[in-house]
Design a protein around this ligand. Structure first.
Ligand SMILES: [Zn+2]
Length: 301
């Protein structure tokens, strides 16, 4: 094996262990892949976008072991939005910046770190950051360099102004007995599968009232999963509050109620569910969370 099975670039190293290959790739970093799924990766009909997502996910989850339990999820990751990728690029430049005002050298590995298909797409995203004056481009004899501008520093502060290092996922939903199973067995489990800790406000205390405790819990979270089934005012408020903080919100709703969604949130990509396909819904929610935020570090012992 000379090429990385995920990104197809020439690998730095590969070692075959007992049923497990250890791969070092310039784009994907270090990962392990079990012999049983290696063929599946090689034979998968990958679009360039799926490869880019897979590679981007791996570089954010170094040392990950790909096996039969997670391969389908990794082959079908959803793509972070353009703006989310632009944020990844800005954060990447920040990491490389030793002090404000210093230029940072562009590196080949940025392609996967920004979840791009190729250098051309990466250039387009960096050019966007230049055009909104978050960064400045400089051509040097060593290649392209970038410097974070005041607008960029301000945007970085905004990005970090809520629980960005938190492993908590806040669940906003209607606390009706008919939806208890949805929370306990599906949404909470999907959040755990993605490596985060679900937080659900205690049912007795909730009563659709928004209090300081709820506001504080949302602020301390990394993201919100909002299920709009039942169309409760509290859920709209909690999702809107999180969105206003710049926090990631994952929108879900029972399929037969999706047409009733308030007009303002129809623009968001809502994951629908039916009682008959809850297992699939759980998987799609996990995929979406991981695609956007990467796998979290929370371990349920
Ligand atoms: Zn690779």
């Amino acid at each position: 094996m000379t090429a990385c099975p995920v990104c197809l670039q020439k690998m730095q190293a590969s070692r075959a262990g007992v049923g497990l290959h250890h791969i070092e790739c310039r784009q994907c970093g270090t990962y392990f892949v079990s012999a049983s799924v290696l063929g599946k990766i090689k034979n998968a009909e990958f679009s360039p976008r799926s490869r880019a997502n897979f590679s981007g996910w791996l570089i954010e989850n170094q040392g990950f072991q790909i096996d039969t339990r997670n391969i389908d999820r990794l082959l079908n990751l959803s793509t972070p939005s353009f703006h989310e990728r632009a944020d990844k690029a800005l954060l990447l430049i920040e990491i490389g910046t030793p002090y404000a005002g210093k230029h940072v050298q562009r590196e080949n590995s940025w392609v996967s770190r920004v979840w791009c298909i190729n250098e051309e797409e990466l250039t387009e995203i960096l050019q966007y950051l230049v055009s909104c004056a978050r960064i400045e481009k400089h051509s040097s004899e060593h290649g392209l360099q970038y410097k974070i501008l005041p607008n960029g520093w301000a945007h970085l502060e905004e990005l970090k102004s809520f629980g960005r290092d938190s492993v908590q996922g806040f669940v906003a939903m209607w606390f009706d007995d008919s939806l208890r199973k949805l929370n306990d067995e599906i949404i909470s489990q999907a959040i755990l599968d993605a490596g985060y800790k679900p937080h659900r406000v205690d049912q007795r205390e909730h009563n659709d009232k928004i209090d300081d405790e709820i506001i504080a819990q949302i602020r301390q979270s990394r993201f919100v999963v909002a299920d709009f089934t039942g169309h409760r005012g509290g859920v709209y408020f909690e999702a809107g509050f999180a969105k206003g903080l710049g926090m990631e919100v994952f929108w879900t709703c029972r399929r037969d109620e999706i047409d009733k969604l308030h007009f303002d949130i129809r623009q968001y990509n809502c994951i629908d569910w039916e009682s008959a396909n809850l297992g699939e819904f759980r998987e799609r929610l996990t995929n979406r969370i991981e695609a956007v935020l990467g796998h979290g570090s929370y371990n349920q012992e």
